[in-house]
Write a new protein. Structure first.
Length: 109
């Protein structure tokens, strides 16, 4: 029987086969650890992280805070549109709040 981690990695690979970040539209990648959530804006053509933010906590409020923070950093770097990479997580709860917060902050997803 496969573990939850193995199943998430399989979903992540399936998503990444379809989702790619470019210079015009970089990828907004989400990661949830045991203690915090983080997001990175990545240009896959160059293999460069353009911006990253980390927030302590895993609640919906933390997700909203992270979304607003990453949108603010993206605006400073003149990034307006991104493609959302949920990294194999279900699009609900914290992950949905990150996306909603980023949209609220001015990013087009």
């Amino acid at each position: 029987m496969k573990s939850k981690f193995d199943l998430r990695q399989k979903r992540k690979a399936r998503i990444r086969a379809k989702v790619t970040g470019t210079a015009a539209r970089p990828r907004l990648s989400v990661y949830k650890s045991n203690t915090s959530v983080s997001a990175q804006i990545i240009d896959d053509t160059k293999g460069v992280t353009l911006a990253s933010v980390n927030v302590k906590g895993k609640s919906k409020a933390s997700g909203k805070e992270l979304g607003l923070a990453i949108a603010k950093v993206a605006a400073q770097r003149k990034i307006t549109t991104v493609v959302f990479d949920r990294s194999g997580y279900r699009f609900h709860g914290t992950v949905k709040e990150i996306a909603d917060g980023a949209r609220e902050g001015g990013l087009k997803i």
